[in-house]
Design a protein around this ligand. Structure first.
Ligand code: PLP
Length: 219
């Protein structure tokens, strides 16, 4: 089932769009099946869950952190992930930079945009993104490679479109500034119910869980 799901998705993705398998709550066996079916990037929301998954699945694929990163987990996250997609404050960026420096590593990150400006959600609001990015550009051991956004949850994915459009505009604007130390390469947006719309609006990385693995029992 996982295999067929992935083949169906890979067949419909345009060239240049990367597929991240969002693996929260899935077993290492399920994730391993996804890798055999052609997945190259696994997205994990929890550091401890990722540790177990990486032990089971190995490092032939890239591991991206897509959850909310707590300060006390930064060191572990930096040591196991290839990219952290959810940087939303200079505080957090500095912690990641410090940990990366001590490990002799340069950590790839995305800045998470709170495109819905929802107070209860993580991410930097669009108005504050440029200032954050400029600050991040001054850090030596962290490399900003673009944006990630979730957007508000809707029953009708069409309602997500304006949030993707706004995030794309901001992405293009900052890309054209050619800021030192910043490489705007990835625009990570779209999940199971919204990825086709996200791609229409310029996403080149989509994060899909349910459509690959089936409905989640929790979380
Ligand atoms: C769970 C999750 C996804 C995937 O959600 P689905 O609706 O299951 O496709 C994508 N991005 C993030 C950050 C997630 O936590």
């Amino acid at each position: 089932m996982i295999k067929e799901n992935i083949q169906r998705i890979l067949n419909e993705l345009p060239d240049g769009v990367e597929l991240v398998a969002a693996a929260k709550t899935r077993t290492p066996q399920e994730i391993g099946e996804a890798v055999e079916a052609g997945i190259n990037i696994i997205g994990e929301n929890y550091v401890q869950e990722a540790v177990r998954a990486i032990e089971g699945v190995g490092r032939s694929v890239s591991w991206h952190f897509i959850g909310h990163l707590q300060k006390n987990k930064v060191g572990k996250a930096v040591s196991i992930f290839d990219m952290i997609q959810t940087v939303d404050s200079f505080e957090l960026a500095k912690e990641i930079d410090k940990a990366s420096q001590s490990m002799g590593k340069v950590m790839s990150i995305l800045v998470e945009i709170n495109s819905g400006r929802e107070p209860q959600k993580f991410g930097v609001i669009p108005e504050d993104a440029l200032e954050l990015i400029e600050h991040i550009g001054s850090l030596q051991n962290i490399k900003c490679m673009g944006f990630m956004t979730m957007g508000p949850r809707f029953g009708d994915p069409e309602d997500s479109r304006p949030y993707f459009v706004e995030t794309r505009r901001l992405y293009d604007k900052i890309k054209h500034l050619n800021l030192p130390g910043i490489e705007m390469k990835y625009l990570s947006m779209g999940m199971t119910n919204s990825y086709l719309i996200a791609i229409q609006e310029g996403a080149n990385m989509v994060r899909i869980g349910t459509k690959i693995f089936g409905e989640r029992e929790y979380a």
